[in-house]
Write a protein that binds this ligand. Structure first.
Ligand SMILES: [Zn+2]
Length: 476
Protein backbone atom coordinates (compact mmCIF):
# COMPACT_ATOMS: atom_id res chain seq x y z
CA UNK A 1 0.00 0.00 0.00
CA UNK A 2 1.30 3.39 -0.90
CA UNK A 3 0.13 6.82 0.10
CA UNK A 4 -0.76 8.59 -3.09
CA UNK A 5 0.31 12.08 -2.31
CA UNK A 6 2.45 14.02 0.08
CA UNK A 7 1.00 16.75 2.21
CA UNK A 8 2.41 19.98 0.91
CA UNK A 9 1.54 23.29 2.51
CA UNK A 10 -1.28 23.88 0.05
CA UNK A 11 -2.89 20.63 1.07
CA UNK A 12 -2.91 21.22 4.81
CA UNK A 13 -6.03 23.33 4.60
CA UNK A 14 -7.98 20.37 3.32
CA UNK A 15 -6.38 17.61 5.22
CA UNK A 16 -8.23 17.81 8.54
CA UNK A 17 -10.92 15.35 7.55
CA UNK A 18 -8.89 13.50 4.98
CA UNK A 19 -7.46 10.05 5.11
CA UNK A 20 -4.91 9.30 2.43
CA UNK A 21 -6.21 7.52 -0.63
CA UNK A 22 -4.34 4.28 -1.09
CA UNK A 23 -3.20 3.11 -4.49
CA UNK A 24 -2.77 -0.64 -4.34
CA UNK A 25 -1.08 -0.83 -7.70
CA UNK A 26 0.94 2.36 -7.66
CA UNK A 27 -1.03 3.51 -10.68
CA UNK A 28 -1.08 7.11 -9.61
CA UNK A 29 2.47 8.26 -9.14
CA UNK A 30 4.53 11.34 -9.73
CA UNK A 31 1.55 13.58 -9.47
CA UNK A 32 1.85 17.26 -10.12
CA UNK A 33 0.86 19.62 -7.34
CA UNK A 34 -2.33 20.45 -9.25
CA UNK A 35 -3.23 16.77 -9.54
CA UNK A 36 -2.57 16.26 -5.85
CA UNK A 37 -4.81 19.16 -4.95
CA UNK A 38 -7.55 17.86 -7.24
CA UNK A 39 -7.45 14.38 -5.71
CA UNK A 40 -7.36 15.85 -2.24
CA UNK A 41 -10.45 17.96 -2.86
CA UNK A 42 -12.23 15.06 -4.57
CA UNK A 43 -11.51 12.79 -1.64
CA UNK A 44 -12.65 15.31 0.94
CA UNK A 45 -15.91 16.29 -0.76
CA UNK A 46 -16.90 12.68 -1.40
CA UNK A 47 -16.64 12.18 2.38
CA UNK A 48 -19.54 14.63 2.89
CA UNK A 49 -22.79 12.67 2.67
CA UNK A 50 -24.61 15.41 0.80
CA UNK A 51 -27.74 13.36 0.21
CA UNK A 52 -31.17 14.52 1.30
CA UNK A 53 -31.72 13.70 4.98
CA UNK A 54 -28.08 14.11 6.02
CA UNK A 55 -27.70 17.90 5.80
CA UNK A 56 -24.04 17.82 4.85
CA UNK A 57 -24.15 20.37 2.04
CA UNK A 58 -23.35 23.31 4.37
CA UNK A 59 -20.26 21.52 5.68
CA UNK A 60 -19.11 20.93 2.12
CA UNK A 61 -19.74 24.58 1.27
CA UNK A 62 -17.58 25.64 4.25
CA UNK A 63 -14.85 23.32 3.05
CA UNK A 64 -14.88 24.69 -0.52
CA UNK A 65 -15.12 28.25 0.76
CA UNK A 66 -11.97 27.77 2.84
CA UNK A 67 -10.03 26.61 -0.22
CA UNK A 68 -11.24 29.50 -2.36
CA UNK A 69 -10.61 32.20 0.21
CA UNK A 70 -7.26 30.61 0.98
CA UNK A 71 -6.30 31.11 -2.65
CA UNK A 72 -7.23 34.78 -2.56
CA UNK A 73 -10.88 35.00 -3.59
CA UNK A 74 -12.32 37.96 -1.71
CA UNK A 75 -15.04 37.46 0.89
CA UNK A 76 -17.59 39.33 -1.20
CA UNK A 77 -16.84 37.11 -4.20
CA UNK A 78 -17.59 33.87 -2.35
CA UNK A 79 -21.33 33.97 -1.74
CA UNK A 80 -23.17 31.37 0.34
CA UNK A 81 -26.96 31.25 0.40
CA UNK A 82 -29.25 29.15 2.60
CA UNK A 83 -32.23 27.37 1.11
CA UNK A 84 -35.11 25.34 2.48
CA UNK A 85 -35.53 22.45 0.08
CA UNK A 86 -38.94 21.04 1.05
CA UNK A 87 -37.97 20.99 4.72
CA UNK A 88 -34.33 20.07 4.18
CA UNK A 89 -31.82 22.85 4.87
CA UNK A 90 -29.25 23.17 2.11
CA UNK A 91 -26.93 25.80 0.64
CA UNK A 92 -25.82 27.18 -2.66
CA UNK A 93 -22.38 28.57 -3.45
CA UNK A 94 -21.57 31.27 -6.00
CA UNK A 95 -17.97 32.28 -6.69
CA UNK A 96 -17.06 35.27 -8.78
CA UNK A 97 -13.73 35.35 -10.62
CA UNK A 98 -13.35 39.01 -11.51
CA UNK A 99 -12.23 39.78 -15.03
CA UNK A 100 -10.62 42.99 -16.24
CA UNK A 101 -13.55 43.65 -18.58
CA UNK A 102 -11.20 44.14 -21.54
CA UNK A 103 -13.23 41.91 -23.86
CA UNK A 104 -16.41 43.90 -23.28
CA UNK A 105 -18.22 40.57 -23.14
CA UNK A 106 -20.87 39.43 -20.70
CA UNK A 107 -19.88 36.97 -17.95
CA UNK A 108 -19.85 33.19 -18.20
CA UNK A 109 -21.60 30.95 -15.66
CA UNK A 110 -20.32 27.46 -14.85
CA UNK A 111 -22.60 24.94 -13.12
CA UNK A 112 -22.23 21.95 -10.82
CA UNK A 113 -24.32 20.47 -8.03
CA UNK A 114 -23.00 19.55 -4.60
CA UNK A 115 -25.72 17.13 -3.50
CA UNK A 116 -25.82 13.44 -4.39
CA UNK A 117 -28.39 10.68 -4.53
CA UNK A 118 -28.03 8.80 -1.25
CA UNK A 119 -26.04 5.55 -1.10
CA UNK A 120 -26.61 2.88 1.53
CA UNK A 121 -23.28 1.59 2.86
CA UNK A 122 -24.76 -1.88 3.45
CA UNK A 123 -25.57 -2.22 -0.24
CA UNK A 124 -22.21 -1.10 -1.58
CA UNK A 125 -19.13 -3.26 -2.02
CA UNK A 126 -17.01 -0.43 -0.59
CA UNK A 127 -17.91 2.44 1.75
CA UNK A 128 -19.70 4.92 -0.54
CA UNK A 129 -18.63 8.09 1.26
CA UNK A 130 -14.94 7.34 1.26
CA UNK A 131 -12.84 7.72 -1.86
CA UNK A 132 -11.25 4.39 -2.66
CA UNK A 133 -8.88 3.63 -5.50
CA UNK A 134 -8.90 0.10 -6.83
CA UNK A 135 -8.22 -1.47 -10.22
CA UNK A 136 -7.46 1.93 -11.77
CA UNK A 137 -10.82 3.35 -10.68
CA UNK A 138 -11.91 5.80 -8.04
CA UNK A 139 -14.98 4.45 -6.24
CA UNK A 140 -17.47 6.47 -4.19
CA UNK A 141 -20.83 8.22 -4.38
CA UNK A 142 -20.44 11.29 -6.55
CA UNK A 143 -17.20 10.22 -8.23
CA UNK A 144 -19.11 10.87 -11.47
CA UNK A 145 -22.34 12.70 -10.53
CA UNK A 146 -21.39 15.46 -9.82
CA UNK A 147 -18.54 15.79 -7.34
CA UNK A 148 -16.13 15.34 -10.22
CA UNK A 149 -17.63 18.51 -11.69
CA UNK A 150 -17.50 20.38 -8.37
CA UNK A 151 -13.89 19.37 -7.85
CA UNK A 152 -12.92 20.10 -11.46
CA UNK A 153 -14.39 23.59 -11.58
CA UNK A 154 -13.06 24.44 -8.11
CA UNK A 155 -9.52 23.29 -8.83
CA UNK A 156 -9.66 25.19 -12.13
CA UNK A 157 -10.48 28.45 -10.32
CA UNK A 158 -7.79 27.76 -7.69
CA UNK A 159 -5.20 26.94 -10.32
CA UNK A 160 -5.93 29.95 -12.53
CA UNK A 161 -5.84 32.22 -9.51
CA UNK A 162 -2.52 30.73 -8.41
CA UNK A 163 -1.14 31.33 -11.90
CA UNK A 164 -2.10 34.99 -11.55
CA UNK A 165 -4.39 34.76 -14.57
CA UNK A 166 -7.00 37.45 -15.07
CA UNK A 167 -9.90 36.67 -17.40
CA UNK A 168 -11.12 39.30 -19.86
CA UNK A 169 -14.69 38.90 -18.57
CA UNK A 170 -16.23 37.83 -15.25
CA UNK A 171 -16.56 34.11 -14.56
CA UNK A 172 -18.96 32.60 -12.03
CA UNK A 173 -19.13 29.18 -10.43
CA UNK A 174 -22.72 28.42 -9.43
CA UNK A 175 -23.05 25.28 -7.30
CA UNK A 176 -26.53 24.13 -6.32
CA UNK A 177 -27.46 22.16 -3.21
CA UNK A 178 -30.51 20.08 -4.17
CA UNK A 179 -30.28 19.25 -7.87
CA UNK A 180 -31.16 15.61 -7.24
CA UNK A 181 -34.36 16.44 -5.35
CA UNK A 182 -36.40 19.65 -5.27
CA UNK A 183 -34.09 21.97 -7.27
CA UNK A 184 -35.20 24.80 -4.98
CA UNK A 185 -31.65 26.14 -4.84
CA UNK A 186 -31.27 25.75 -8.61
CA UNK A 187 -34.39 27.74 -9.39
CA UNK A 188 -33.39 30.50 -6.98
CA UNK A 189 -29.83 30.62 -8.31
CA UNK A 190 -30.98 30.74 -11.94
CA UNK A 191 -33.26 33.67 -11.10
CA UNK A 192 -30.44 35.40 -9.22
CA UNK A 193 -28.06 34.82 -12.12
CA UNK A 194 -30.54 36.26 -14.61
CA UNK A 195 -31.10 39.36 -12.47
CA UNK A 196 -27.55 39.98 -11.28
CA UNK A 197 -25.14 38.41 -13.76
CA UNK A 198 -27.03 38.06 -17.07
CA UNK A 199 -24.32 35.84 -18.58
CA UNK A 200 -23.68 35.46 -22.28
CA UNK A 201 -24.22 31.71 -21.86
CA UNK A 202 -23.97 28.89 -19.32
CA UNK A 203 -21.75 25.80 -19.25
CA UNK A 204 -22.67 22.81 -17.09
CA UNK A 205 -20.30 20.16 -15.73
CA UNK A 206 -23.13 17.74 -14.87
CA UNK A 207 -23.62 15.95 -18.19
CA UNK A 208 -21.92 15.38 -21.50
CA UNK A 209 -18.30 14.30 -21.49
CA UNK A 210 -16.14 11.79 -23.28
CA UNK A 211 -17.60 8.51 -24.44
CA UNK A 212 -14.80 5.96 -24.05
CA UNK A 213 -14.44 2.71 -25.97
CA UNK A 214 -13.97 -0.64 -24.25
CA UNK A 215 -10.21 -0.04 -24.24
CA UNK A 216 -10.74 3.49 -22.84
CA UNK A 217 -9.80 5.34 -26.01
CA UNK A 218 -11.95 8.45 -26.48
CA UNK A 219 -14.64 7.92 -29.13
CA UNK A 220 -16.62 11.15 -28.95
CA UNK A 221 -17.20 14.24 -26.87
CA UNK A 222 -20.87 14.33 -25.94
CA UNK A 223 -22.51 17.72 -25.45
CA UNK A 224 -25.88 17.85 -23.69
CA UNK A 225 -27.77 20.56 -25.54
CA UNK A 226 -31.40 19.80 -24.67
CA UNK A 227 -33.45 17.99 -22.05
CA UNK A 228 -36.84 16.40 -22.34
CA UNK A 229 -39.54 17.65 -20.00
CA UNK A 230 -40.29 15.39 -17.06
CA UNK A 231 -43.98 15.20 -16.14
CA UNK A 232 -45.95 12.66 -14.14
CA UNK A 233 -49.72 12.25 -13.97
CA UNK A 234 -51.94 10.19 -11.73
CA UNK A 235 -54.94 8.75 -13.57
CA UNK A 236 -57.78 7.93 -11.18
CA UNK A 237 -61.15 6.25 -11.56
CA UNK A 238 -63.58 6.44 -8.68
CA UNK A 239 -66.67 4.27 -8.25
CA UNK A 240 -69.41 3.77 -5.62
CA UNK A 241 -68.03 0.26 -5.06
CA UNK A 242 -70.05 -2.28 -3.10
CA UNK A 243 -70.04 -5.97 -2.17
CA UNK A 244 -67.96 -8.16 -4.45
CA UNK A 245 -70.73 -10.80 -4.46
CA UNK A 246 -72.92 -8.30 -6.34
CA UNK A 247 -70.75 -6.98 -9.18
CA UNK A 248 -71.75 -3.77 -10.91
CA UNK A 249 -71.33 -3.39 -14.63
CA UNK A 250 -68.82 -0.55 -14.06
CA UNK A 251 -65.63 -1.30 -12.15
CA UNK A 252 -62.81 1.10 -11.31
CA UNK A 253 -60.05 -1.44 -11.94
CA UNK A 254 -61.38 -2.57 -15.31
CA UNK A 255 -61.96 0.99 -16.41
CA UNK A 256 -58.44 2.00 -15.42
CA UNK A 257 -57.01 -1.07 -17.13
CA UNK A 258 -58.80 -0.08 -20.34
CA UNK A 259 -57.37 3.42 -20.06
CA UNK A 260 -53.84 2.10 -19.57
CA UNK A 261 -54.14 -0.26 -22.51
CA UNK A 262 -54.92 2.71 -24.68
CA UNK A 263 -51.93 4.63 -23.31
CA UNK A 264 -49.76 1.60 -24.02
CA UNK A 265 -50.93 1.37 -27.62
CA UNK A 266 -50.54 5.06 -28.37
CA UNK A 267 -47.44 6.26 -30.14
CA UNK A 268 -46.77 9.96 -29.90
CA UNK A 269 -45.82 11.68 -33.17
CA UNK A 270 -42.25 11.26 -34.29
CA UNK A 271 -40.18 14.39 -33.80
CA UNK A 272 -36.87 15.33 -35.33
CA UNK A 273 -34.81 18.45 -34.90
CA UNK A 274 -31.46 19.52 -36.32
CA UNK A 275 -29.99 18.40 -32.99
CA UNK A 276 -31.44 14.89 -32.93
CA UNK A 277 -30.75 14.31 -36.63
CA UNK A 278 -27.10 15.32 -36.34
CA UNK A 279 -26.89 13.17 -33.21
CA UNK A 280 -28.12 10.09 -35.06
CA UNK A 281 -25.95 10.88 -38.08
CA UNK A 282 -22.85 10.96 -35.88
CA UNK A 283 -23.74 8.03 -33.65
CA UNK A 284 -24.80 5.95 -36.65
CA UNK A 285 -21.19 5.98 -37.85
CA UNK A 286 -20.07 3.84 -34.93
CA UNK A 287 -23.16 1.77 -34.06
CA UNK A 288 -23.10 -1.51 -35.98
CA UNK A 289 -25.88 -3.43 -37.71
CA UNK A 290 -29.51 -2.53 -38.33
CA UNK A 291 -29.66 -0.03 -35.49
CA UNK A 292 -26.77 2.00 -36.86
CA UNK A 293 -28.31 1.85 -40.33
CA UNK A 294 -31.64 3.07 -38.92
CA UNK A 295 -29.86 5.99 -37.24
CA UNK A 296 -28.21 7.05 -40.47
CA UNK A 297 -31.45 6.68 -42.42
CA UNK A 298 -33.45 8.67 -39.86
CA UNK A 299 -30.86 11.44 -39.97
CA UNK A 300 -31.48 11.80 -43.72
CA UNK A 301 -35.21 11.05 -43.84
CA UNK A 302 -36.89 11.39 -40.45
CA UNK A 303 -40.18 10.20 -41.97
CA UNK A 304 -38.76 6.79 -42.97
CA UNK A 305 -41.13 4.33 -41.30
CA UNK A 306 -38.70 1.41 -41.11
CA UNK A 307 -36.04 3.52 -39.45
CA UNK A 308 -38.63 4.93 -37.05
CA UNK A 309 -39.85 1.44 -36.12
CA UNK A 310 -36.29 0.32 -35.40
CA UNK A 311 -35.50 3.38 -33.28
CA UNK A 312 -38.80 3.13 -31.41
CA UNK A 313 -38.21 -0.53 -30.59
CA UNK A 314 -34.91 0.19 -28.86
CA UNK A 315 -34.96 1.55 -25.28
CA UNK A 316 -31.72 3.46 -25.95
CA UNK A 317 -33.17 5.42 -28.87
CA UNK A 318 -36.97 5.57 -28.42
CA UNK A 319 -36.70 8.67 -26.22
CA UNK A 320 -34.86 10.64 -28.89
CA UNK A 321 -37.57 10.33 -31.55
CA UNK A 322 -40.50 11.71 -29.62
CA UNK A 323 -42.49 11.98 -26.41
CA UNK A 324 -42.86 8.81 -24.36
CA UNK A 325 -45.41 8.04 -21.61
CA UNK A 326 -45.33 4.89 -19.57
CA UNK A 327 -47.25 3.46 -16.58
CA UNK A 328 -44.93 3.17 -13.59
CA UNK A 329 -47.13 2.59 -10.49
CA UNK A 330 -50.56 1.25 -9.61
CA UNK A 331 -52.85 1.17 -6.59
CA UNK A 332 -56.48 0.12 -6.39
CA UNK A 333 -59.16 -1.34 -4.13
CA UNK A 334 -59.31 -1.70 -0.37
CA UNK A 335 -60.45 -5.28 0.34
CA UNK A 336 -60.45 -8.60 -1.46
CA UNK A 337 -64.21 -8.92 -1.04
CA UNK A 338 -65.21 -5.37 -1.99
CA UNK A 339 -65.71 -3.66 -5.31
CA UNK A 340 -62.94 -1.07 -5.81
CA UNK A 341 -63.93 2.47 -4.90
CA UNK A 342 -60.87 3.85 -6.61
CA UNK A 343 -58.04 2.84 -8.90
CA UNK A 344 -55.03 5.03 -9.62
CA UNK A 345 -52.16 4.60 -12.04
CA UNK A 346 -49.02 6.72 -12.24
CA UNK A 347 -47.98 7.60 -15.77
CA UNK A 348 -44.57 9.17 -16.32
CA UNK A 349 -43.90 11.13 -19.50
CA UNK A 350 -40.69 12.44 -21.06
CA UNK A 351 -41.93 15.17 -23.32
CA UNK A 352 -40.07 16.24 -26.44
CA UNK A 353 -38.88 19.87 -26.22
CA UNK A 354 -41.45 22.26 -27.62
CA UNK A 355 -44.46 19.96 -27.16
CA UNK A 356 -45.43 21.02 -23.65
CA UNK A 357 -47.12 19.34 -20.70
CA UNK A 358 -50.54 20.82 -21.41
CA UNK A 359 -50.62 19.46 -24.95
CA UNK A 360 -49.41 16.10 -23.70
CA UNK A 361 -52.17 15.92 -21.09
CA UNK A 362 -54.76 16.87 -23.72
CA UNK A 363 -53.47 14.10 -25.99
CA UNK A 364 -53.53 11.53 -23.18
CA UNK A 365 -57.13 12.45 -22.36
CA UNK A 366 -58.07 12.06 -26.01
CA UNK A 367 -56.29 8.69 -26.18
CA UNK A 368 -58.00 7.43 -23.03
CA UNK A 369 -61.37 8.69 -24.24
CA UNK A 370 -63.11 8.33 -20.88
CA UNK A 371 -64.26 11.39 -18.95
CA UNK A 372 -64.42 9.32 -15.75
CA UNK A 373 -60.62 9.22 -15.69
CA UNK A 374 -59.36 12.14 -13.58
CA UNK A 375 -55.91 13.43 -14.55
CA UNK A 376 -53.74 14.94 -11.84
CA UNK A 377 -50.36 16.39 -12.81
CA UNK A 378 -48.12 15.72 -9.79
CA UNK A 379 -44.86 17.20 -11.15
CA UNK A 380 -43.65 20.76 -10.85
CA UNK A 381 -42.92 20.91 -14.58
CA UNK A 382 -40.01 22.85 -16.05
CA UNK A 383 -40.12 23.09 -19.82
CA UNK A 384 -36.91 24.12 -21.49
CA UNK A 385 -36.00 24.82 -25.11
CA UNK A 386 -33.07 23.36 -27.01
CA UNK A 387 -29.76 25.17 -26.59
CA UNK A 388 -27.30 25.95 -29.36
CA UNK A 389 -23.79 24.62 -29.26
CA UNK A 390 -22.28 28.00 -30.05
CA UNK A 391 -19.37 28.23 -32.48
CA UNK A 392 -17.07 29.73 -29.83
CA UNK A 393 -17.86 26.92 -27.38
CA UNK A 394 -17.40 24.27 -30.06
CA UNK A 395 -14.05 25.77 -31.05
CA UNK A 396 -12.88 25.93 -27.43
CA UNK A 397 -13.94 22.32 -26.94
CA UNK A 398 -12.03 21.24 -30.03
CA UNK A 399 -8.94 23.04 -28.67
CA UNK A 400 -9.31 21.30 -25.31
CA UNK A 401 -9.69 17.87 -26.91
CA UNK A 402 -6.78 18.36 -29.28
CA UNK A 403 -4.52 19.53 -26.45
CA UNK A 404 -5.50 16.62 -24.21
CA UNK A 405 -5.49 13.78 -26.76
CA UNK A 406 -3.30 15.03 -29.59
CA UNK A 407 -6.01 14.30 -32.14
CA UNK A 408 -9.45 15.42 -33.18
CA UNK A 409 -12.37 13.87 -31.34
CA UNK A 410 -15.89 14.10 -32.83
CA UNK A 411 -18.14 16.50 -30.90
CA UNK A 412 -21.71 15.19 -30.69
CA UNK A 413 -24.54 17.30 -29.23
CA UNK A 414 -27.45 15.25 -27.85
CA UNK A 415 -30.76 15.53 -26.05
CA UNK A 416 -30.95 14.12 -22.53
CA UNK A 417 -33.97 12.21 -21.26
CA UNK A 418 -33.06 13.02 -17.65
CA UNK A 419 -32.84 16.46 -16.09
CA UNK A 420 -30.06 18.76 -14.87
CA UNK A 421 -29.72 22.27 -13.48
CA UNK A 422 -29.22 23.51 -17.04
CA UNK A 423 -32.94 23.40 -17.84
CA UNK A 424 -33.69 26.20 -15.38
CA UNK A 425 -31.25 28.46 -17.24
CA UNK A 426 -32.60 27.44 -20.66
CA UNK A 427 -36.08 28.30 -19.47
CA UNK A 428 -34.85 31.81 -18.68
CA UNK A 429 -33.49 32.19 -22.20
CA UNK A 430 -29.83 31.25 -21.78
CA UNK A 431 -27.97 28.75 -23.92
CA UNK A 432 -26.80 26.07 -21.48
CA UNK A 433 -24.81 23.09 -22.70
CA UNK A 434 -23.24 20.44 -20.51
CA UNK A 435 -19.63 19.52 -21.30
CA UNK A 436 -18.19 17.52 -18.42
CA UNK A 437 -14.43 17.05 -18.40
CA UNK A 438 -14.97 13.46 -17.30
CA UNK A 439 -14.97 10.40 -19.50
CA UNK A 440 -16.66 7.07 -19.11
CA UNK A 441 -17.35 3.79 -20.87
CA UNK A 442 -21.07 2.93 -21.10
CA UNK A 443 -20.52 -0.10 -18.85
CA UNK A 444 -18.95 2.13 -16.19
CA UNK A 445 -21.99 4.41 -15.85
CA UNK A 446 -23.17 3.96 -12.27
CA UNK A 447 -24.49 7.45 -11.50
CA UNK A 448 -27.35 7.19 -8.94
CA UNK A 449 -26.63 3.43 -8.69
CA UNK A 450 -24.32 1.14 -6.75
CA UNK A 451 -20.53 1.31 -6.83
CA UNK A 452 -20.28 4.58 -8.77
CA UNK A 453 -16.81 4.99 -10.22
CA UNK A 454 -14.42 7.09 -12.30
CA UNK A 455 -11.51 5.80 -14.36
CA UNK A 456 -8.32 7.31 -12.90
CA UNK A 457 -6.81 8.27 -16.26
CA UNK A 458 -10.06 9.97 -17.27
CA UNK A 459 -10.04 11.82 -13.96
CA UNK A 460 -6.52 13.11 -14.49
CA UNK A 461 -7.00 13.89 -18.16
CA UNK A 462 -10.09 15.98 -17.43
CA UNK A 463 -8.29 18.28 -15.01
CA UNK A 464 -7.04 20.47 -17.87
CA UNK A 465 -10.44 20.63 -19.58
CA UNK A 466 -11.92 23.72 -17.91
CA UNK A 467 -8.56 25.48 -17.72
CA UNK A 468 -8.28 25.30 -21.51
CA UNK A 469 -11.96 26.12 -22.04
CA UNK A 470 -11.79 29.25 -19.89
CA UNK A 471 -8.54 30.47 -21.40
CA UNK A 472 -10.12 30.09 -24.84
CA UNK A 473 -13.40 31.76 -23.90
CA UNK A 474 -12.13 34.40 -21.49
CA UNK A 475 -8.46 34.85 -22.33
CA UNK A 476 -6.56 36.92 -24.85
ZN1 LIG B 1 -26.01 15.21 -11.59
Amino acid sequence: MKAMYSTGAALLLASAAAQPVQAHDGHVQDLTTEQQIAINIYQDIIAFRTARGHQQVPAMVSYLTAWLKGEGFADEDVMVTNYDSDGEPTQGLVVRYRGDGSSGKKPLVLLAHMDVVDALPEDWERPPFKLIIEDDYFFGRGTLDNKYGVMNLTQTFLRLKREGWTPNRDLYLVFSGDEETGMISTRAQAKWVAENVDPEFVLNSDAGGLALADDYTPMAMRVQAAEKTFATWELTITNPGGHSSRPRSDNAIYELADALTRVRDHKFPVRATALTRSYFAALGQSVPGDLGAAMRTFADEPENSEAIAMLQSNPETVGTVGTTCIATMLRAGHAENALPQSATATVNCRIFPGVGAAATEAKLKEVVGNDNVAFNLITDVTESPESQLRDDVRAALATSLLARFGKEIPIIPYMESGGTDGMHYRTLGYDAVAISGAGSRPQDMFAHGLNERMYVDAFLNGLDHWVIMLKELAGD
